[in-house]
Ligand binder design. Structure first.
Ligand code: NDP
Length: 490
């Protein structure tokens, strides 16, 4: 396990304090051993401020009795907290206010194995503690909770994967899509997109997405028999109508159309309307880079994000991707959402009861919060404050305001449980050679090389291309493979 994998594995054991596993790893811990004692030592030896920050990151369970995430609700119910009398409930709330005022962090207790009366009793006693004594008590509880989490983690059966031949996997994918109502052309286009992501080690947008694509078809939201049409072309601008299908189907013809136009004109813009894009965005810009063109692509989705300074969700998580050609090496390709955190990560944190990093979102009243359940009820925030916010708005204006399709808040009105967002896609293609001359791309390649050789730097896109070049066998989660086989009826 390398450093990043180690921090990812253990980053949530001590609330939002990934510095704990980070220090353990940097201190030379055996990554395969039980980290409990080392983590305890690191937390105990951290300064007062770091310890208080760790305690503050804990979700305020007592302050949210009755309004908790599913995971916390289950814990509360186990302790009988869901059956508080009105008097007990009122006392919990009053103690919680006193406690927070006195110590500046939420009341933390490892509820596993305790009953409501014991918790209330501990609360009454601990609120009388001195600040130092209570910090030590709260840290001891945090250690207990971390111990439970580590035990649960080690009890969990490891994720099993099955090696699968790429053609066989593609067969399952197309079979699943065909069973869900897609015709051959639509199934093949989606299959190519997810198989490319799988090949590059971009698991979150690989075959993992197929159940979602199928659901969008079976519930009638997306058209599996879409016949995309070029509806307008005027000089360097091209517009395609996706016929309510998935965008990869439209791209089969629209991207070559765009590339040809840009190679002729020096620049071209493709607008795709009336389609569902919920794939990664690098495939379209990389397609252009492979043809010597610069690509910029953007699409909006459901309203999850408040603009900087605002509190209501109106923007999508709005990904954008950019690629620059590099004929002798890896093209420079970046592709990410403009939200501080991916939607899925917020949902996972809510499920598991972990706090979010500050700045991830606001609650339903617009107050900043690190509580993921409250962020899901309120709004996520863009990355980088006003800068990310402006980029997210730019994506709306390109995908909606230039392409002439709906904005994220309108997609929300059309929202359903399918999870597939309707909307427009904007793709810009530029020929550096036609603008900057024959040497331009070679000069840029030399620049990228100067950048990429700096120690510690890796350029975006390199990870995927390294995976692609290595061509390792595909290893799909066994449970997902079972689902795909069921969907494909094989
Ligand atoms: P990330 O924050 O994971 O960023 C990914 C990008 O950053 C990649 O280009 C990656 O390159 C690069 N990168 C990551 N780490 C480094 C590093 N240490 N140094 C240099 N570059 C790095 O992306 P998100 O979580 O925001 O988005 C993930 C995916 O979700 C994207 O593909 C996006 O298009 C997709 N998405 C799609 C939506 C839709 O509606 N269609 C909505 C939201 C997101 P590399 O690939 O080489 O690792």
């Amino acid at each position: 396990m390398n450093r990043d994998q180690y921090i990812e594995r253990y980053g949530a054991i001590y609330e939002h304090s990934p510095w704990v596993p980070q220090r353990a790893y940097d201190g030379g811990i055996d990554p395969t051993g039980d980290p409990k004692d080392a983590f305890c030592r690191i937390v105990d030896r951290a300064g007062r401020e770091a310890q208080l920050a760790l305690l503050r990151a804990h979700p305020d369970l007592a302050g949210r009795l009755g309004t908790l995430t599913e995971h916390s609700k289950a814990e509360q119910a186990g302790a009988g907290l869901d059956a508080c009398s009105p008097e007990e409930f009122a006392e919990f709330q009053a103690l919680n206010t006193r406690y927070r005022d006195a110590f500046g962090h939420p009341f933390i207790i490892a509820v596993k194995g305790l009953g409501r009366a014991e918790i209330l009793d501990a609360f009454r006693q601990r609120v009388e503690n001195s600040a130092d004594a209570e910090r030590a008590t709260a840290l001891a509880e945090v250690h207990k909770i971390a111990g439970h989490r580590l035990a649960a983690m080690h009890d969990k059966p490891p994720v099993t994967r099955t090696e699968v031949d790429a053609d066989a996997l593609a067969g399952l994918v197309t079979g699943a899509l065909r069973n869900a109502g897609a015709d051959e052309a639509n199934a093949a286009a989606v299959c190519r997109t997810v198989m490319a992501a799988e090949r590059d080690g971009s698991e979150s947008h690989g075959v993992f997405r197929i159940p979602g694509y199928c659901k969008g078809l079976t519930n009638g939201v997306a058209n599996g028999r879409a016949v995309p049409r070029r509806v307008a072309a005027n000089g360097a601008t091209i517009v395609w109508d996706g016929d309510g299908g998935y965008t990869p189907t439209t791209y089969e013809q629209a991207l070559p159309d765009l590339a040809d136009t840009a190679l002729d004109e020096g620049v071209a813009v493709l607008g795709v309307r009336n389609s569902f894009h919920f794939a990664a965005m690098w495939p379209e810009v990389e397609f252009l880079a492979e043809r010597g063109l610069v690509g910029l692509a953007a699409t909006a989705n459901f309203p999850y994000l408040a603009p900087a300074g605002g509190t209501s969700p109106i923007l999508g998580t709005n990904p954008m991707a950019f690629a620059y050609p590099n004929p002798d090496g890896t093209p420079f390709v970046f592709d990410f959402a403009t939200s501080a955190m991916a939607r899925g990560d917020v949902m996972l944190a809510a499920r598991d009861g972990h706090a979010l990093p500050p700045g991830s979102g606001v609650d339903g009243e617009g107050n900043p919060t690190t509580d993921p359940a409250k962020v899901l009820e309120g709004a996520q925030l863009p990355f980088g404050g006003h800068k990310g916010s402006a980029l997210a708005i730019m994506v709306e204006l390109l995908a909606g305001g230039v392409v002439g399709d709906i904005f994220s808040d309108e997609a929300g009105l059309k929202g359903d449980a399918s999870g597939v967002p309707p909307g427009g896609v904007f793709v810009l293609a530029i020929s550096p050679t036609m603008i900057g001359g024959e040497e331009t791309i070679a000069n840029a390649s030399a620049f990228l090389e100067r950048l990429g050789t700096q120690p510690g730097v890796r350029l975006p896109g390199q990870r995927r291309h390294r995976n692609r070049a290595e061509g390792k066998p595909l290893r799909v989660q066994t449970s997902l493979l079972t689902t795909l086989k069921e969907l494909a009826g094989s």
